[in-house]
Design a protein around this ligand. Structure first.
Ligand SMILES: [Fe+2]
Ligand SMILES: [Fe+2]
Length: 178
């Protein structure tokens, strides 16, 4: 047996699952907040409903994997319930474009996050890796949808997206641990 060396550890897939479930849950809350504010059947609301359905499917899948594997959810769940909804509602109150800028910012971070996970998984846990790969494609599609829908026209776009991306990084770091 070769001695343990840093960097050779098996990836902590329980922690990965926990942060991913928290993220998908947060996404459903963001979209719920946006849909609560946006005029039903407006073009933005229709795009967002479609994306929200996909987030729900991602969440359902991670929920199933967690209960199969006995992984506990993040203790921060109640916080994300409120914070996700508030972020969604606040951005939608600014404008439809700000709601789209929110999606663009969130999905940019999620894409990076899923990319990091896939490279640290390597050949480990192909079941989880396959889900992450599939969901990552959906997230990239969401990002592009938001761009096409005018995210960059949101007031204060650079600051808004920078702030949301910073928030996502904090959320990801916390949910891995707590
Ligand atoms: Fe998702
Ligand atoms: Fe998404």
């Amino acid at each position: 047996m070769s001695p343990w060396r840093p960097g050779q550890r098996r990836p902590d897939t329980a922690s990965m699952l926990r942060v991913n479930q928290a993220g998908e849950y947060g996404a459903t809350r963001i979209y719920a907040g946006q849909l609560a504010v946006l005029r039903p059947n407006s073009p933005a609301a229709r795009l967002i409903s479609r994306m929200a359905d996909q987030e729900q499917a991602h969440l359902t899948r991670f929920n199933a994997l967690m209960s199969e594997r006995g992984v506990r959810p993040t203790a921060l769940q109640p916080f994300w319930t409120v914070a996700g909804f508030a972020l969604g509602a606040a951005t939608a109150l600014i404008s439809e474009e700000a709601a789209m800028a929110c999606t663009e910012a969130v999905e940019t971070e999620i894409d990076k996050h899923y990319g990091h996970q896939l490279s640290s998984l390597g050949q480990d846990d192909p079941e989880l890796a396959a889900d992450i790969e599939r969901f990552r494609e959906d997230e990239l599609e969401h990002r592009d949808t938001a761009r096409d829908a005018g995210a960059a026209r949101a007031p204060g776009y650079p600051l808004l997206t920078a702030a949301i991306r910073a928030g996502c990084k904090v959320a990801i770091a916390l949910s891995k641990r707590v």
